[in-house]
Design a protein around this ligand. Structure first.
Ligand code: ZN
Length: 86
């Protein structure tokens, strides 16, 4: 009687461990792939609207122009020149 119980306990332990490693493997496989760093812009940087064409640009990657109204950001030189022909 006791021996049978011990065999069962051992069996359940083996099954439990197998299940746990299986679940762990599934969880690992389901984890989202890591996002490569360096490419996308830094988080938290607010995008600003190009007043000429309406495109949203990152200030750090835009063509900027300062005038008495403040700093304007453009997607390209062309938009900046359209905004303020020189
Ligand atoms: Zn533009």
């Amino acid at each position: 009687m006791l021996a049978r119980f011990l065999i069962w306990a051992l069996f359940l332990l083996v099954v439990w461990r197998a299940l746990r490693s299986l679940i762990g493997g599934i969880m690992k496989g389901a984890a989202p792939p890591e996002v490569p760093r360096g490419g996308p812009p830094a988080k938290g940087e607010l995008m600003v609207r190009d007043p000429v064409c309406g495109t949203f640009v990152l200030p750090s990657r835009s063509v900027s122009l300062r005038d008495r109204n403040g700093t304007h950001h453009f997607c390209s030189d062309r938009c900046r020149q359209a905004f303020q022909p020189q």
